[in-house]
Design a protein around this ligand. Structure first.
Ligand SMILES: [Zn+2]
Length: 107
């Protein structure tokens, strides 16, 4: 992967601490906790070689970039194709979103 030339704006990189997950599984009690380094975002600003958590106030501005990075990350992890539609997600099965609005079924 090649980096673009340095720009005065901060670039957004995958959090080195949690590798983009945004959280950790605690090996001892099985609980998961947000990553302190990126505040649970999974990505951080890199500015002048230093990383900093992305403030909540910036989320709207960086949403597109984060989504692109997240697609990249999921591809690396082996996910293929597009994100699942809500009605294809097991977790939404019995909810309003669990129904396919196009077929009326749950395909
Ligand atoms: Zn992190």
């Amino acid at each position: 992967m090649s980096q673009k030339a340095a720009s005065p704006r901060a670039s957004i990189i995958r959090c080195a601490s949690c590798d983009g997950f945004g959280w950790f599984d605690d090996e001892f009690d099985g609980e998961s906790a947000d990553c302190d380094w990126c505040a649970g975002v999974g990505y951080v600003y890199r500015r002048d070689g230093r990383d900093a958590a992305i403030p909540k106030a910036d989320f709207a501005a960086v949403a597109d970039a984060l989504e692109r990075l997240e697609h990249e990350r999921l591809r690396e992890l082996g996910y293929q194709g597009a994100a699942k539609k809500p009605w294809q997600q097991e977790i939404r099965k019995d909810t309003q979103l669990g129904r396919n609005p196009y077929t009326g079924g749950d395909a």
